[in-house]
Design a protein around this ligand. Structure first.
Ligand code: BG6
Length: 451
């Protein structure tokens, strides 16, 4: 079993998403996605930047995989661009687009790196958006069709699959809060219809993956707010757990339970009926079977935890005057990884995969030509120790995918935020491996022994 707490085949990796790194936004027959479409308009993204070129990974993937190999990564989580593979979202397949992913997977396999594929990381084909997007029930079959195409092409070599990246963001931020593409604020009734389509699209896609890929290992990559107990007293832990798994009316689409309870437990969160009454989606028995198609792991993207403060308390252990912050202005809360693994494992009963975690810093290339990022090293050290605490207690954690392999297009924040292990100079596309990446290489080589 565990060596240093970490299992011997622990997947030390890094992650990315198609729209954030690929560029080549109109090349080789790719269609437009909603982030492409809004990226051409003014007023949505800082300085009107866009992902048209991004890290030019579409052309430089060989160089990028070589860097991953040099770092000794065991796994690489990336997403397939739906509009690159199916420009209209359904129907015609763009063979050149599909070829790119076949080549990428071959390159990874040859480098000894386990590919982990996310089918949907937010760049919905604009053609489908124009037909109603997530609100159109036909999206369930369109997504299944797209999944069929991708899994038939990659299934022989890819074992790890995730259907969606963060419904909390592409529905919560995109269609409830209106701060991410397509920047809309839908009514509660519409959000219920949309949610129903998301659950069913997920479940049908799982069935397609199982059909096409032998030995598949399937999950989803949601996110959510984990509340860190204020101390280790049983009642404090219980309180944090209750807060973590609660849901509020105004932002229910950002909660953990709204998306995970139906999928993993076959029921809506307990508050749902009281908050939404008859509007809560209804499923037939057959539909429930689709929604609850068994998964192999609980993937989780997590960057910071919440403090459990009394109303009168102004500051807590993580946020106080001058406390550590990332360049996203996020609090540094290492223990959130321990509590994520523990709370999510206890509730959903599946092994955990940290599918994203990382830090944006104000990095630049120093006079010596290197990128020194001591804060990221310290961040990683603290957060990885927190996973070590979880695995040492016997909580099954399959892997850790650092976000991100390289600096990239950070959605509405454009190119300002640098999360990468590898620095990208967007003027020249020159890659520079940061100090933290070399540090991570040593962690991987010792399977966490040096943490
Ligand atoms: C996740 C996303 O939300 O976190 C990534 O899956 C993203 O695509 C990252 O880049 C960091 O930032 P943000 O602003 O999207 O939370």
């Amino acid at each position: 079993m565990a060596e240093n707490g970490f299992c011997k085949d622990f997947l030390w990796g890094a992650a990315s998403a198609a729209h954030q790194i690929e560029g080549a936004y109109l090349e080789d027959g790719k269609g437009m996605g909603i982030w492409d479409t809004f990226g051409q308009k003014t007023g949505y993204i800082i300085r009107n930047e866009n992902g048209n070129v991004a890290c030019d990974h579409y052309h430089r993937y060989r160089e990028d995989v070589a860097i991953m190999k040099e770092l000794g990564l065991k796994s690489y989580r990336f997403s397939v661009s739906w509009p690159r593979v199916m420009p209209d979202g359904y129907g015609t397949v763009n063979e050149k687009g599909l070829r790119f992913y076949i080549d990428l997977v071959n390159e990874l396999t040859e480098a000894g790196i386990e590919p982990m594929v996310t089918l949907f990381h937010w760049n919905l084909p604009t053609a489908i958006y124009e037909l109603g997007g997530w609100e159109n029930p036909q999206i369930v079959d369109w997504f299944a069709q797209y999944t069929d195409v991708v899994t038939l092409a990659l299934g022989g070599k890819v074992k790890y699959w995730m259907t969606f990246n963060e419904p909390q963001l592409f529905i919560g931020a995109g269609l409830n809060a209106g701060v991410f593409a397509p920047f809309e604020k839908k009514s509660t009734e519409a959000l219920m219809r949309i949610s129903k389509n998301v659950y069913l699209a997920h479940g049908k896609a799982v069935r397609v993956i199982r059909k096409n890929c032998r030995d598949s290992i399937v999950g989803m990559a949601p996110t959510g707010e984990i509340v860190i107990p204020r101390d280790l007293k049983a009642e404090s832990i219980e309180r944090a757990r209750t807060l973590t798994f609660s849901m509020k009316k105004e932002n229910f689409t950002s909660s953990i339970t709204w998306w995970s309870d139906p999928v993993f437990m076959g029921a809506f969160p307990k508050e749902a009926e009281g908050l939404f009454g008859e509007h809560v989606p209804s499923f037939t028995d057959d539909e429930w079977k689709i929604v609850t198609e068994p998964l192999d792991f609980y993937g989780f993207n997590i960057y910071q935890g919440l403090e459990d403060l009394d109303p009168a308390e102004k500051y807590g252990p993580y946020a106080y005057p001058g406390s550590p912050k990332t360049s996203m202005d996020w609090n540094v809360t290492p223990e959130v990884l321990y509590w994520s693994c523990r709370f999510l494992y206890e509730r959903y009963g599946k092994p955990i995969m940290i599918t994203e975690n990382g830090m944006s810093c104000f990095d630049w290339v120093s006079l010596d030509g290197k990128v020194h990022d001591p804060n990221r090293i310290d961040f990683l050290h603290r957060y990885l120790r927190s996973i070590k605490d979880a695995v040492s207690e016997g909580i099954p954690v399959l892997g850790y995918q650092y976000w991100s392999i390289m600096d990239n297009f950070e959605w509405i924040n454009g190119y300002d935020k640098r999360f990468g292990l590898v620095y990208v100079d967007y003027r020249t596309q020159k890659r520079t491996i940061k100090d933290s990446a070399y540090w991570y290489r040593d962690v991987i080589a010792s399977n966490g022994g040096n943490l």
